[in-house]
Write a protein that binds this ligand. Structure first.
Ligand code: PAF
Length: 300
């Protein structure tokens, strides 16, 4: 059994002091923000961060600012002790959690919500797809991630490509606030092809089987792209046809130009493309994506 050497802090005060101490010693910090319920995919982010930095720190915070549906927030899986073990195995040096009042002292209203003037604008990459189906989600993500960048001052921050649009939003956020270098890491998949996600644990057997059509549709789109298909509408129709075979409620199956992200469907032949899907298997909302062209993730 591996010895638990990771430092765990219950609030941001100790975490900030720990990061300051690192900076004073001239050591570089890699930061991986998470909402806990960690899996192989998060461990990979930590492993990459550990290769590229002197120390790695992980936040574990189920951020209420980014959840529209309170049911989704309440049912989000939480297991701090299990998470700490996985982080330790992956080479993380410090993990911390905290509460909204601790992260935003003096910035909350009397009901405990963040005062609107402290919500960050997530920028143009928040338009369309996730931004349309989860209104306010990216404001919440940008606000908490921006706050973490501000208080921890990491050299690099690591995000999974699975949340593709989120990766674009935080990349822009970091650039605008002169924050850390944002590193986008490729999606880690289960042997079935399904992307690792904290939500997978909530799927029944039949919902999991339905969810597998998501990666099938994406791999199908990539095969078509490799055969020379460049029309986003044709690629999207192909994904929709595959998704119909599963018991899923499809929110979108779309193709976008990662170099020129905007809210609307691109027209004409694409040179760069990413295929993106959001669908519900029962109550569980799943998202996944695949780069079709060989651009680096999120053009990072
Ligand atoms: O991807 C996530 O888990 C969350 O959106 C993040 C980046 C930790 C912000 O709460």
């Amino acid at each position: 059994m591996q010895l638990l050497t990771i430092e765990c802090f219950e609030g941001p005060r100790e975490a900030i002091a720990w990061c300051r101490e690192l900076a004073a010693q001239g050591l570089s910090l890699g930061f991986v923000p998470t909402m806990g319920a960690l899996h192989e995919g998060h461990q990979n982010l930590v492993r990459q961060a550990a290769l590229e930095n002197d120390r790695v720190c992980v936040s574990i915070f189920v951020n209420p600012l980014q959840f529209g549906e309170s049911l989704d927030l309440e049912s989000y899986p939480r297991d701090f002790t299990g998470d700490a073990k996985l982080l330790n195995e992956a080479g993380c040096h410090m993990a911390f959690t905290g509460t909204l009042p601790e992260f935003f002292p003096g910035r909350l209203d009397e009901r405990g919500g963040l005062l609107p003037e402290y919500l960050l604008d997530p920028g143009p990459c928040a338009e369309g797809l996730e931004g349309e189906y989860r209104v306010g989600h990216f404001e919440g993500v940008a606000t908490i991630v921006g706050r973490f960048f501000e208080i921890l001052k990491p050299k690099r921050a690591y995000f999974g490509q699975k949340d593709y649009q989120q990766a674009l939003v935080v990349r822009d956020l970091a650039r605008n606030m002169d924050g850390p270098e944002v590193v986008i890491c490729t999606t880690h998949r289960e042997p079935s092809g399904m992307a690792f996600s904290s939500r997978n644990t909530r799927l029944s057997e039949s919902e999991y089987a339905a969810g597998m059509f998501i990666s099938r549709a994406l791999f199908g789109a990539r095969a078509l792209w490799n055969q020379g298909q460049r029309d986003p509408a044709v690629l999207a129709r192909h994904m929709q046809a595959v998704l119909k075979q599963g018991d899923l409620f499809v929110e979108y199956a779309a193709v976008r130009d990662p170099e020129e992200w905007n809210g609307s469907e691109p027209v004409g032949e694409l040179q760069h493309a990413v295929a993106l899907i959001a669908a519900r298997a029962g109550d569980v909302r799943l998202i996944d994506n695949m780069l079709l062209s060989s651009t680096t993730p999120a053009g990072a």
